[in-house]
Structure formats: C-alpha cells, structure tokens
Design a protein around this ligand. Structure first.
Ligand SMILES: Nc1ncnc2c1ncn2[C@@H]1O[C@H](COP(=O)(O)OP(=O)(O)O)[C@@H](O)[C@H]1O
Ligand SMILES: [Mg+2]
Length: 250
C-alpha cells in the first residue's frame, strides 16, 4: 500500500540527550498503527517532529512523498496532519461547542491572525462543530463548559478538535491518559470508527490498550525503534518484554 508518512534518520537531541535517535519510520495510507514504549522513550518528541513543533537536529520527514521537514506547523495542518494539542488546547472556561468552533475556524480561515481575531461564531464553523460533536459522541455535552467534562470526555473533545482541521493523518498521544475503563473503551471504539476513513497513529504508554486496536505496533525505547510488528509478534518479543519488565522494576 501507498506510504503516507516516512521518516529518515530522524533525530532530536536535547543537549547531551538523544530523545529521538535515527528513527526510520514508515506508515501506510489507511493504517491504524501504534507506537508504544516506556516513559521517556521519545514518543511525544517524535510526534512533535512530525507536526513541526520541534525542529529535528538531523533527518527528514516525508508526507505523501513531499519533504515537509522544514514546513511550519500550520502548513503541515493544511497538508492534513493533525495531532491533538497541535493547534489549540481545550479552553476550560468555554463551552464544548465553542471549543470546537474555534478549532473548526482554524481550517476555514487559514491565516494565523484570522484564527485568533476573526469571529469563530459563524454558521460554517458551528455547523461543522455540531457534525463533529455527533461523530465523537459529545453532542449532549455541547453547552457544558469544557473544564467541567470528565477527563475521558476532555480527551475525546481533543480528538474532535483535531478532526475539525480535516486531517488525513491523525496522531493521538495517549488519548486515554487518566480515563476510566469505560471512557477508555469508548475512546477506543471511536478510534476504531475513525480509522475507517483516516490514517491513525496512536501513541500509548499502556500496552494492553493498543493490543486489541492496532494493526501494527512499533516499539520505541531510549529514542530508538526496537521492534515493529503485529500485536501478537510484539507481545511475544523478548526484547520488548524486557524493556517493560525493566520499567516496572524501576
Ligand atoms: N524540550 C525538551 N528539552 C529537554 N529534554 C526533553 C524535551 N522534551 C523531551 N525531553 C526528554 O526527551 C526524552 C523523551 O521524552 P518524550 O518524547 O516526552 O518521551 P515519551 O513521550 O515517550 O514519554 C525524555 O528524556 C525527556 O525528558
Ligand atoms: Mg509522551
């Protein structure tokens, strides 16, 4: 299948620390892939490099065959790369629908000043926002303040806000962090549903969460990819087991 995202020797150093170490990653269009690994493995930094919040020390990023390594974040959004947190974090005092509308407006008015200073309460962005709230199952919470939502629903709202930018590639960073088991299940169902139309990478600290969800699992440790395979292969991988064992002993 066609490659949508590819990194070549992607490296991020922070002082003496190599957070992402010569990562060669390839993602195929339509995949529901996962990246797992212990805390500090470099997963979030890898995402930041993909969306352009962080500029790599070394290496290249290709999206749909184009070199996007030097593109600013909003240009990558225009190309269809979205990550929760990338554009806006939740505004806790604003209502759910307003949070969504701000995110939707970003796509409608692409330029940065427009994003912050134009009115987002227009028909286009509200209509689109309601459609997405339906899609992610938050319609009932439409008029609640975002800050009052339970953690799991805040996470779902973040996914919704990422969807508002019309992505083709959706990067999720621990979308169930702090969620209850029920909320986790709902979020996983949502991800599965979204994956019918989007390419998705889900970064997870919890191995069990992705094992039933992802078609392919990549394991990072200390900035490097140490394994890549089906959930079953990864589960049986001795090196991966030792990394997780080492963590629980730490
Ligand atoms: N801006 C930064 N400056 C310095 N070190 C950082 C920065 N961001 C991340 N790190 C370090 O890089 C390593 C990888 O972090 P991170 O990508 O957040 O890991 P993960 O998401 O897998 O838990 C960690 O050791 C972390 O402390
Ligand atoms: Mg992280």
């Amino acid at each position: 299948m066609e490659t949508i995202l590819r990194t070549e020797d992607l490296t991020q150093e922070f002082g003496g620390l190599i957070a992402v170490d010569s990562v060669n990653y390839e993602l195929r269009k339509g995949e529901l892939a996962s990246i797992i690994g212990p805390n500090g493995a470099g997963k979030s930094t890898f995402y930041k490099l993909i969306v352009g919040i962080q500029k790599p020390t070394h290496g290249k990023i290709y999206f749909n065959g184009d070199d996007v390594t030097d593109l600013v974040p909003h240009k990558r959004v225009e190309k269809g790369i979205a990550k929760s947190y990338q554009i806006v974090q939740i505004f806790p005092k604003m209502r759910v629908i307003e949070n969504m509308a701000v995110a939707a407006q970003y796509r409608i008015i692409k330029d940065k000043r427009g994003f912050f200073f134009s009115s987002w309460k227009n028909e286009d962005s509200l209509k689109k926002s309601d459609e997405i709230l339906d899609r992610v199952g938050l319609r009932k919470m439409r008029n609640k303040t975002a800050g009052s939502l339970p953690q799991g629903q805040k996470k779902v709202l973040e996914i919704g806000m990422a969807l508002a930018t019309d992505p083709v590639l959706l990067l999720l960073d621990e979308p169930t962090a702090g969620s209850s088991p029920v909320e986790t299940r709902l979020a996983m169902d949502l991800v599965k549903d979204l994956s019918k139309t989007l390419t998705i990478v889900i970064v997870e600290h919890k191995m069990d969460v992705v094992m039933n969800l992802a078609e392919r699992v990549t394991v990072m440790d200390k900035g490097k990819i140490i394994a890549d395979g089906t959930p079953k292969e990864i589960r049986n991988n001795k090196l991966v087991q030792s990394v997780y064992l080492g963590e629980s002993n730490a």
